[in-house]
Design a protein around this ligand. Structure first.
Ligand code: 5GP
Length: 115
């Protein structure tokens, strides 16, 4: 059996996280190593490794994740200042946890291009 990812362990309640939102489909919690004043990870409860592993049946789920991100941006007063949503994918993308996750970053001005 493959080992659980750290995010699956958070979903299963095996390790703690600073959870800011949860529902039947997803979980949102603060990143342990924040890169901005607001740095929240939004993850599906369903085990999906990365964007590469999304199936046609995940269309509604991904839409839901974005609506949760919009809700969190509103809740954390990021709407007027702006924010960034990042989905690192694979080695070159900088993905370190093999469970699909959306970074919601805000509270400071972001640079472009990203590093
Ligand atoms: P990635 O590099 O895969 O796009 O993002 C993984 C993120 O998960 C990183 O920003 C990292 O700080 C965060 N992270 C890794 N382990 C944990 C953990 O145990 N708890 C929390 N809250 N965040 C974690």
């Amino acid at each position: 059996m493959t080992q659980k990812t750290i995010f699956k362990r958070i979903i299963d309640g095996e390790i703690p996280a600073d959870i800011v939102y949860q529902d039947d489909l997803c979980l949102a919690f603060r990143d342990i190593n924040p890169q901005a004043p607001t740095h929240i990870l939004v993850i599906p409860r369903k085990e999906i490794t990365s964007v590469n592993d999304l199936a046609d049946e995940d269309q509604t789920l991904v839409g839901h994740l974005y609506l949760v991100i919009r809700h969190l941006a509103e809740e954390h007063q990021l709407v007027s200042s702006g924010y960034r949503v990042v989905v690192n994918t694979g080695a070159d993308g900088g993905q370190t946890v093999d469970h699909l996750h959306f970074h919601l970053l805000g509270g400071r001005s972001m640079q472009w291009p990203p590093g």
